[in-house]
Design a protein around this ligand. Structure first.
Ligand code: SAM
Length: 266
């Protein structure tokens, strides 16, 4: 089943803006109460809607995305900010950006919103991000833990049955691929979903990588109901039950979204 936002870029952009304004920005404000003049980069910025409230608050922003079509859409939505020099948009794989040339120690805040679970070699990337941060710099992550009911992003399936079916992404790989094929999913969708089997990330793996690469967690929030579902499905966002947050591994199955801010140890 294709959701309206999968084909309607304006709706997708507006959902990004609303979610960012009401949930991402207040979460980040806990560490950065004054946003004006903050230097911000978003990796995997898509249509740019996550950056919009930061631009409105006077931040200077850079958005990077793998897909040139999405960067073109971002230019359409945020052209004014590009023209006045407040926003730079780059269509590149994050691993191909010449950061040492331009962006060494340039950002107070780096945002990866629903992006880290799509990017390979997460430990390499997270370690590398330290080179791009200023002395007060922090990195924000928002992602759905891999083991949650739709952690495989199967909602993008054409098949209504598959798109609603929880936990199918946890099947053994050949069985999962076979199921997607049997329901007539396009090759592109199957490729995307199978790539996520490799890059999907759990709460424990994320925290382990953050620790091993020399960061500490400054803010952390568990959601039973992801705030973005308010805009996609009209569901009321809900934080995770306190008792469930404390049960490692099990909590992944019932936590639809995590927000983190992490800071280099020194
Ligand atoms: C699910 S979208 C999230 C878009 C936006 N941040 C949001 O919250 O709605 C993930 C984005 O990450 C981008 N992406 C994935 N891998 C990337 C990479 N290696 N370098 C840059 N962008 C990447 C994709 O093109 C996609 O636009």
């Amino acid at each position: 089943m294709s959701l309206p936002q999968h084909t309607d870029a304006t709706l997708r952009y507006q959902q990004q803006v609303d979610n960012s304004k009401n949930y991402v920005l207040p979460f980040i404000r806990q560490e950065f109460p004054a946003l004006e003049g903050l230097r911000v980069m978003e990796i995997g910025c898509g249509e740019g809607g996550v950056l919009t409230p930061f631009l409105e608050a006077g931040c200077r922003c850079v958005g990077v995305d793998l897909f040139p079509e999405r960067i073109e859409l971002a230019k359409g939505f945020l052209g004014n900010y590009v023209e006045n020099g407040q926003l730079q948009l780059i269509a590149k794989n994050i691993y191909d950006v010449d950061f040492f040339g331009e962006f060494q120690h340039a950002f107070d805040l780096i945002i990866l919103k629903d992006a880290i679970e799509h990017i390979p070699d997460q430990d390499k990337l997270i370690a590398y991000l330290k080179n791009l941060l200023t002395v007060r710099g922090q990195v924000y992550f928002g992602f759905p833990p891999w083991y949650m009911p739709h952690g495989g992003h199967q909602q993008i399936c054409q098949s209504r049955v598959l798109s609603f079916m929880p936990y199918i992404h946890l099947l053994p790989r050949p069985l999962y691929r076979g199921l997607l094929k049997a329901f007539g999913e396009h090759d592109g969708t199957i490729k995307e979903l199978m790539e996520l089997v490799d890059t999907g990330i759990s709460i424990e793996r994320f925290e382990k990588i953050a620790g091993q690469t020399g960061y500490h967690i400054t803010q952390r929030k568990y959601y039973l109901i992801n705030p973005i579902y308010k805009y996609k499905f009209k569901l009321k966002p809900r934080e995770q039950f306190s008792w469930l947050k404390g049960i490692p591994f099990v909590r992944n199955f019932f936590t639809t979204c995590m927000y983190y801010l992490i800071r280099p140890n020194n």
